[in-house]
Design a protein around this ligand. Structure first.
Ligand code: NAD
Length: 294
């Protein structure tokens, strides 16, 4: 019998890649419900699969911020037991905290945190009653450690981490495995889709010069990290496949070792100061460490 997998955010990036990979599996082991907010963007997925929709794939509309759309998708899948739910839809928000508008912050949390909560809520009861299922969540290194000029994004992914870690404890007796995939930089539409102010733009008006300088340096750093160290979608898919296939997947798996050297600092220096210093030096260079004069 086929493993059924529902994935959110399949119009681009990791969701698109995972849906295409599973639907094209040569042993036809999977039935994929590839969901996306805007069905018009489904073309890209069909193109990947040679232009026509194989019977291993069904494309469904799903906006994780819209409870009615979630209810309709859950209704559509009802009856076919759902083995794996992949909560992947997510958006970014970058920039000095002073420039993050109320609306942008609310939208971000509505997708990244509440969207994930709603999606899990929609499919959890059926998994619980079957005493079986898997939930995989696209999280981020930014869900484990703070990143400069990503404060609100990191806050949303830290929230997702707390949500999932808490839920995993209750799901144990239900034989439902929950796995967070901790992604580092990946070449997707994420950077193009994320909201960020232009360092020369009007949003910067009134912002102190030191912060503006740090932000420019951060954008430069970010560009070089994406150029030198970002992974291709194909490189992160094995982590998702492992979480789908392994008999007992862990709560967290990392798809990159990029920031792994900084992670132990949080344990060896629980007061946080060593991490803050090391991350500052990593992004802005060590020369002014402590001086804070950009
Ligand atoms: P992406 O922008 O290509 O994909 C995100 C998808 O989510 C898009 O298809 C978008 O349409 C969809 N989406 C946005 N709002 C939605 C909504 N309301 N309802 C349904 N779908 C919605 O970027 P990606 O890199 O493939 O991102 C996938 C996940 O990986 C996200 O959760 C992101 O936070 C996480 N992640 C990405 C990176 C990276 O560098 N690319 C790093 C860490 C974590």
């Amino acid at each position: 019998e086929r493993t059924t997998v529902l994935i959110t955010g399949c119009s681009s990036g990791i969701g698109l890649g995972l849906a295409a990979r599973l639907a094209a599996d040569t042993t036809r082991r999977f039935k994929v419900y590839a969901t996306m907010r805007d069905l018009a963007k489904g073309e890209r997925l069909l193109e990947r699969l040679g232009g026509c929709c194989p019977d291993t794939l069904e494309v469904l509309q799903l906006d994780v911020t819209d409870p009615r759309s979630l209810a309709a998708a859950a209704q559509r899948v009802q009856g076919q037991r759902l083995d794996v739910l992949v909560c992947n839809a997510g958006v970014g928000l970058m920039g000095p905290l002073e420039t993050c508008s109320d609306q942008a912050m609310k939208t971000l949390f509505d997708v990244n945190l509440f969207g994930t909560v709603r999606t899990i809520q929609a499919f959890l009861p059926a998994m619980k009653s079957r005493r079986a299922g898997r939930i995989i969540v696209s999280s981020s290194i930014g869900g484990l450690q703070g990143l400069p000029f990503n404060a609100v994004y990191c806050a949303s992914k830290f929230a997702v981490e707390g949500l999932c870690e808490s839920l995993a404890i209750v799901l144990r007796p239900f034989n439902i495995h929950l796995t967070l995939v901790e992604c580092g930089p990946v070449h997707t539409s994420f950077l193009a889709n994320l909201q960020r102010p232009d360092p020369e733009g009007s949003e910067m008006r009134g912002l102190d010069a030191a912060t503006q300088g740090l932000y420019r340096r951060y954008l430069w750093h970010c560009q070089s990290i994406f150029r030198d160290a970002a992974q291709e979608v194909e490189e992160v898919l094995p982590v998702f496949l492992e979480a789908i296939g392994s008999p007992c997947p862990p709560l967290r798996c990392a798809s990159t070792q990029l920031l792994a050297p900084l992670w132990p600092l949080r344990l060896s220096s629980p007061d946080g100061s060593a991490y803050v210093r090391a991350m500052h030096d990593f992004v802005f260079g060590g020369s002014e460490a402590g001086g804070d004069q950009p």
